[in-house]
Design a protein. Structure first.
Length: 81
């Protein structure tokens, strides 16, 4: 095994770590703008629901949206045939 075989994974790891650190820094820097935009768009209840559940939609509305997505997929596949 040559020295290039060992340096390649570590270079990829360092690049990935740098990208994650950069993205985290940007998000932390912009977090107030992102939260205020989301709060204006979805309201405080939507923001809390996003943080707690991971989805801003109420469960019954999410279920309806999922059903609509399934219908849309079926319509797209039938148009292709």
């Amino acid at each position: 095994m040559g020295p290039s075989a060992l340096s390649s994974p570590s270079l990829r790891s360092a690049t990935a770590a740098a990208a994650v650190i950069l993205a985290t820094g940007i998000l932390l820097h912009q977090r107030n703008d992102l939260l205020s935009y989301y709060r204006r768009r979805r309201g405080m209840q939507g923001l809390l629901q996003l943080l707690w559940i991971g989805d801003f939609l109420p469960p019954n509305l999410r279920q309806s949206m999922d059903e609509l997505d399934k219908v849309e997929e079926r319509m797209g596949s039938s148009e292709e045939q």
